[in-house]
Write a protein that binds this ligand. Sequence first.
Ligand code: PAF
Length: 285
Amino acid sequence: MEVIETRAQLKQWRGKVHGSVGFVPTMGALHEGHLSLVRRSLAENPWTVVSIFVNPRQFGPQEDYHRYPRTLETDLRLLQNLGVSASFVPSVEEMYSSEDEAYISLTRLSRLWCGSYRLGHFDGVALVLTKLFHLVMPARAYFGEKDFQQVRIVEKMVEELFFPLEVVRVPTVREPDGLAMSSRNMYLSPSGRAQAIALYKVLQYIQTLVPKTGLVSDLLREGEAYLRERFPEVRLEYLAIVDEYSLQPIEHLRQSSHPRALIAAYVEGVRLIDNLPLIYPEESE
Ligand code: PAF
Protein backbone atom coordinates (compact mmCIF):
# COMPACT_ATOMS: atom_id res chain seq x y z
CA MET A 1 0.00 0.00 0.00
CA GLU A 2 1.28 3.44 -0.91
CA VAL A 3 0.92 5.97 1.89
CA ILE A 4 0.42 9.32 0.15
CA GLU A 5 0.68 12.62 2.00
CA THR A 6 0.53 15.30 -0.68
CA ARG A 7 -1.76 16.28 -3.53
CA ALA A 8 1.19 16.13 -5.92
CA GLN A 9 2.01 12.52 -4.96
CA LEU A 10 -1.64 11.56 -5.26
CA LYS A 11 -1.84 13.11 -8.72
CA GLN A 12 1.20 11.12 -9.77
CA TRP A 13 -0.23 7.86 -8.40
CA ARG A 14 -3.64 8.55 -9.95
CA GLY A 15 -2.07 9.19 -13.36
CA LYS A 16 -0.51 5.73 -13.35
CA VAL A 17 -3.60 3.64 -12.52
CA HIS A 18 -6.15 2.44 -15.05
CA GLY A 19 -9.50 0.86 -14.30
CA SER A 20 -12.04 1.93 -11.69
CA VAL A 21 -10.90 3.48 -8.42
CA GLY A 22 -13.08 2.89 -5.36
CA PHE A 23 -12.79 5.56 -2.66
CA VAL A 24 -13.50 5.34 1.06
CA PRO A 25 -13.21 8.74 2.76
CA THR A 26 -12.68 8.47 6.53
CA MET A 27 -11.51 10.43 9.54
CA GLY A 28 -9.54 7.43 10.80
CA ALA A 29 -10.00 5.62 14.13
CA LEU A 30 -11.09 2.79 11.87
CA HIS A 31 -13.56 0.16 13.09
CA GLU A 32 -15.50 -2.68 11.48
CA GLY A 33 -17.95 -0.18 9.94
CA HIS A 34 -15.14 1.46 7.95
CA LEU A 35 -13.64 -1.92 7.11
CA SER A 36 -16.94 -3.07 5.61
CA LEU A 37 -16.79 -0.05 3.25
CA VAL A 38 -13.21 -0.93 2.34
CA ARG A 39 -14.05 -4.60 1.70
CA ARG A 40 -16.94 -3.60 -0.54
CA SER A 41 -14.70 -1.26 -2.52
CA LEU A 42 -12.01 -3.93 -2.85
CA ALA A 43 -14.61 -6.36 -4.19
CA GLU A 44 -15.93 -3.88 -6.75
CA ASN A 45 -12.81 -2.10 -8.03
CA PRO A 46 -9.27 -3.03 -9.07
CA TRP A 47 -8.00 -0.04 -7.03
CA THR A 48 -9.09 1.26 -3.63
CA VAL A 49 -8.03 4.53 -2.03
CA VAL A 50 -8.82 5.28 1.62
CA SER A 51 -8.37 8.81 2.92
CA ILE A 52 -7.73 9.51 6.58
CA PHE A 53 -8.26 13.17 7.38
CA VAL A 54 -9.85 14.69 10.46
CA ASN A 55 -11.52 17.57 8.67
CA PRO A 56 -11.48 20.70 10.85
CA ARG A 57 -14.18 22.38 8.73
CA GLN A 58 -16.88 19.96 9.79
CA PHE A 59 -16.46 20.51 13.55
CA GLY A 60 -18.12 23.39 15.39
CA PRO A 61 -16.04 25.53 17.78
CA GLN A 62 -17.38 23.63 20.83
CA GLU A 63 -17.03 20.18 19.23
CA ASP A 64 -14.43 17.45 19.61
CA TYR A 65 -11.98 18.27 16.76
CA HIS A 66 -8.95 18.31 19.05
CA ARG A 67 -9.87 15.23 21.01
CA TYR A 68 -11.20 13.21 18.05
CA PRO A 69 -9.40 9.81 18.24
CA ARG A 70 -6.30 9.62 16.05
CA THR A 71 -4.89 6.11 15.59
CA LEU A 72 -2.95 6.47 12.35
CA GLU A 73 -0.46 3.64 12.78
CA THR A 74 -3.10 1.04 13.60
CA ASP A 75 -5.34 2.36 10.82
CA LEU A 76 -2.59 2.04 8.21
CA ARG A 77 -1.78 -1.48 9.37
CA LEU A 78 -5.43 -2.51 9.03
CA LEU A 79 -5.67 -1.04 5.53
CA GLN A 80 -2.41 -2.64 4.46
CA ASN A 81 -3.64 -6.05 5.67
CA LEU A 82 -6.89 -5.69 3.76
CA GLY A 83 -4.99 -5.04 0.52
CA VAL A 84 -5.84 -1.37 -0.03
CA SER A 85 -3.91 0.14 -2.97
CA ALA A 86 -3.24 3.58 -1.49
CA SER A 87 -4.05 5.63 1.57
CA PHE A 88 -4.20 9.41 1.43
CA VAL A 89 -3.26 11.04 4.73
CA PRO A 90 -2.89 14.77 4.05
CA SER A 91 -2.12 17.48 6.59
CA VAL A 92 -4.61 20.29 7.19
CA GLU A 93 -2.31 22.67 5.24
CA GLU A 94 -2.36 20.29 2.28
CA MET A 95 -6.17 20.43 2.15
CA TYR A 96 -6.84 24.06 3.09
CA SER A 97 -4.89 27.22 2.39
CA SER A 98 -5.30 30.22 4.67
CA GLU A 99 -6.85 32.04 1.69
CA ASP A 100 -9.54 29.45 0.98
CA GLU A 101 -12.85 31.06 0.10
CA ALA A 102 -14.70 28.09 -1.35
CA TYR A 103 -17.94 27.12 0.31
CA ILE A 104 -20.25 24.30 -0.71
CA SER A 105 -23.69 24.02 0.75
CA LEU A 106 -26.83 22.09 0.06
CA THR A 107 -29.29 24.66 1.22
CA ARG A 108 -32.13 22.37 2.25
CA LEU A 109 -30.81 18.90 3.16
CA SER A 110 -27.83 20.30 5.08
CA ARG A 111 -29.96 22.37 7.41
CA LEU A 112 -32.30 19.66 8.62
CA TRP A 113 -31.85 17.36 11.66
CA CYS A 114 -28.15 17.07 12.58
CA GLY A 115 -27.47 20.15 10.45
CA SER A 116 -29.77 22.28 12.60
CA TYR A 117 -27.81 21.36 15.76
CA ARG A 118 -24.33 21.19 14.20
CA LEU A 119 -24.34 24.45 12.26
CA GLY A 120 -22.05 24.33 9.23
CA HIS A 121 -21.21 20.64 9.77
CA PHE A 122 -22.53 19.37 6.45
CA ASP A 123 -21.08 22.36 4.57
CA GLY A 124 -17.68 21.28 5.90
CA VAL A 125 -18.35 17.69 4.82
CA ALA A 126 -19.45 18.84 1.34
CA LEU A 127 -16.34 21.01 0.96
CA VAL A 128 -13.84 18.34 1.93
CA LEU A 129 -15.56 15.70 -0.19
CA THR A 130 -15.56 18.05 -3.20
CA LYS A 131 -11.81 18.48 -2.78
CA LEU A 132 -11.22 14.76 -2.22
CA PHE A 133 -13.39 13.70 -5.17
CA HIS A 134 -11.42 16.04 -7.45
CA LEU A 135 -8.12 14.63 -6.23
CA VAL A 136 -8.99 10.92 -6.16
CA MET A 137 -11.34 10.88 -9.19
CA PRO A 138 -13.08 7.70 -8.05
CA ALA A 139 -15.61 5.73 -10.07
CA ARG A 140 -17.36 4.81 -6.80
CA ALA A 141 -17.35 6.31 -3.31
CA TYR A 142 -18.51 4.33 -0.28
CA PHE A 143 -20.50 5.68 2.67
CA GLY A 144 -22.03 4.00 5.71
CA GLU A 145 -25.77 4.27 6.29
CA LYS A 146 -25.17 5.01 9.96
CA ASP A 147 -24.66 8.64 8.89
CA PHE A 148 -27.84 8.56 6.87
CA GLN A 149 -28.25 12.31 6.41
CA GLN A 150 -24.64 12.52 5.23
CA VAL A 151 -25.32 9.79 2.65
CA ARG A 152 -28.32 11.67 1.27
CA ILE A 153 -26.35 14.93 1.15
CA VAL A 154 -23.48 13.29 -0.72
CA GLU A 155 -25.89 11.65 -3.16
CA LYS A 156 -27.56 15.00 -3.84
CA MET A 157 -24.25 16.85 -4.15
CA VAL A 158 -22.92 14.28 -6.63
CA GLU A 159 -26.14 14.55 -8.64
CA GLU A 160 -26.34 18.35 -8.68
CA LEU A 161 -22.66 19.06 -9.25
CA PHE A 162 -22.28 16.33 -11.90
CA PHE A 163 -19.50 14.43 -10.18
CA PRO A 164 -18.82 11.46 -12.47
CA LEU A 165 -19.05 8.86 -9.72
CA GLU A 166 -21.47 6.50 -8.07
CA VAL A 167 -22.27 6.85 -4.37
CA VAL A 168 -22.53 3.40 -2.80
CA ARG A 169 -24.50 3.00 0.46
CA VAL A 170 -23.24 0.32 2.81
CA PRO A 171 -25.42 -0.99 5.68
CA THR A 172 -24.61 0.00 9.27
CA VAL A 173 -22.34 -2.41 11.13
CA ARG A 174 -23.47 -3.05 14.71
CA GLU A 175 -21.91 -4.44 17.86
CA PRO A 176 -23.45 -7.78 18.96
CA ASP A 177 -25.94 -5.89 21.21
CA GLY A 178 -27.01 -3.60 18.34
CA LEU A 179 -25.03 -0.43 19.05
CA ALA A 180 -24.03 1.15 15.73
CA MET A 181 -20.25 1.21 15.37
CA SER A 182 -18.78 4.70 15.64
CA SER A 183 -15.36 6.11 16.39
CA ARG A 184 -17.02 8.16 19.14
CA ASN A 185 -18.08 5.00 21.03
CA MET A 186 -14.47 5.02 22.31
CA TYR A 187 -15.30 8.00 24.52
CA LEU A 188 -17.87 6.03 26.56
CA SER A 189 -17.26 4.51 30.00
CA PRO A 190 -18.60 0.95 30.56
CA SER A 191 -21.80 2.35 32.07
CA GLY A 192 -22.16 4.88 29.22
CA ARG A 193 -21.61 2.05 26.79
CA ALA A 194 -24.53 0.18 28.42
CA GLN A 195 -26.77 3.27 28.02
CA ALA A 196 -25.73 3.86 24.41
CA ILE A 197 -27.73 0.85 23.27
CA ALA A 198 -30.81 3.05 23.92
CA LEU A 199 -30.61 4.53 20.42
CA TYR A 200 -31.00 1.23 18.60
CA LYS A 201 -33.44 -0.11 21.20
CA VAL A 202 -35.87 2.77 20.75
CA LEU A 203 -35.71 2.48 16.96
CA GLN A 204 -36.51 -1.22 17.23
CA TYR A 205 -39.27 -0.49 19.74
CA ILE A 206 -40.86 1.94 17.28
CA GLN A 207 -40.74 -0.76 14.61
CA THR A 208 -42.62 -3.15 16.93
CA LEU A 209 -45.43 -0.57 17.26
CA VAL A 210 -45.81 -0.10 13.53
CA PRO A 211 -48.32 -2.93 12.92
CA LYS A 212 -50.59 -1.17 15.47
CA THR A 213 -50.28 2.37 14.17
CA GLY A 214 -48.68 4.24 11.32
CA LEU A 215 -49.46 7.61 12.91
CA VAL A 216 -46.11 9.28 13.42
CA SER A 217 -47.15 11.46 16.38
CA ASP A 218 -48.15 8.28 18.27
CA LEU A 219 -44.94 6.46 17.35
CA LEU A 220 -42.76 9.37 18.46
CA ARG A 221 -44.67 9.90 21.72
CA GLU A 222 -44.36 6.21 22.62
CA GLY A 223 -40.71 6.17 21.59
CA GLU A 224 -39.85 9.19 23.73
CA ALA A 225 -41.69 7.69 26.73
CA TYR A 226 -39.76 4.41 26.27
CA LEU A 227 -36.47 6.31 26.33
CA ARG A 228 -37.41 8.36 29.40
CA GLU A 229 -38.46 5.26 31.36
CA ARG A 230 -35.75 2.78 30.33
CA PHE A 231 -32.79 5.07 29.69
CA PRO A 232 -33.21 8.16 31.89
CA GLU A 233 -29.54 9.14 31.52
CA VAL A 234 -29.78 9.49 27.76
CA ARG A 235 -30.42 13.07 26.62
CA LEU A 236 -32.45 13.04 23.43
CA GLU A 237 -31.57 15.66 20.81
CA TYR A 238 -34.11 14.57 18.22
CA LEU A 239 -36.20 11.57 17.28
CA ALA A 240 -37.90 11.87 13.90
CA ILE A 241 -39.65 9.83 11.26
CA VAL A 242 -39.00 11.04 7.75
CA ASP A 243 -39.23 10.13 4.11
CA GLU A 244 -35.76 8.80 3.44
CA TYR A 245 -35.39 10.55 0.08
CA SER A 246 -36.38 14.10 1.05
CA LEU A 247 -35.61 13.73 4.79
CA GLN A 248 -38.84 15.68 5.39
CA PRO A 249 -40.97 14.63 8.36
CA ILE A 250 -44.14 12.72 7.54
CA GLU A 251 -47.38 12.49 9.50
CA HIS A 252 -48.30 8.94 8.59
CA LEU A 253 -46.06 6.09 7.44
CA ARG A 254 -48.24 5.52 4.41
CA GLN A 255 -47.13 8.95 3.10
CA SER A 256 -43.71 7.53 2.21
CA SER A 257 -42.64 4.44 0.30
CA HIS A 258 -39.44 4.50 2.38
CA PRO A 259 -40.05 5.85 5.89
CA ARG A 260 -37.04 5.96 8.19
CA ALA A 261 -36.64 6.78 11.88
CA LEU A 262 -33.67 9.00 12.80
CA ILE A 263 -32.25 9.65 16.24
CA ALA A 264 -29.50 11.77 17.82
CA ALA A 265 -28.84 11.66 21.56
CA TYR A 266 -26.15 12.39 24.11
CA VAL A 267 -24.73 9.73 26.43
CA GLU A 268 -22.18 11.03 28.97
CA GLY A 269 -21.86 14.15 26.81
CA VAL A 270 -21.02 12.06 23.73
CA ARG A 271 -23.23 12.73 20.72
CA LEU A 272 -24.43 9.52 19.05
CA ILE A 273 -26.69 8.98 16.04
CA ASP A 274 -28.53 6.05 14.50
CA ASN A 275 -31.39 5.33 12.10
CA LEU A 276 -33.61 2.48 10.93
CA PRO A 277 -35.84 1.99 7.89
CA LEU A 278 -39.39 1.28 9.06
CA ILE A 279 -41.26 -1.58 7.46
CA TYR A 280 -44.90 -0.63 7.13
CA PRO A 281 -47.11 -3.61 6.21
CA GLU A 282 -49.77 -2.70 3.63
CA GLU A 283 -52.67 -3.94 5.77
CA SER A 284 -51.66 -1.86 8.84
CA GLU A 285 -53.91 0.96 9.94
O1 PAF B 1 -18.13 10.28 7.77
C1 PAF B 1 -16.99 10.77 7.95
O2 PAF B 1 -16.11 10.16 8.54
C2 PAF B 1 -16.70 12.16 7.42
O3 PAF B 1 -17.81 12.99 7.51
C3 PAF B 1 -16.14 12.17 5.99
C4 PAF B 1 -17.16 11.61 4.99
C5 PAF B 1 -14.87 11.33 5.92
C6 PAF B 1 -15.81 13.60 5.54
O4 PAF B 1 -14.82 14.17 6.35
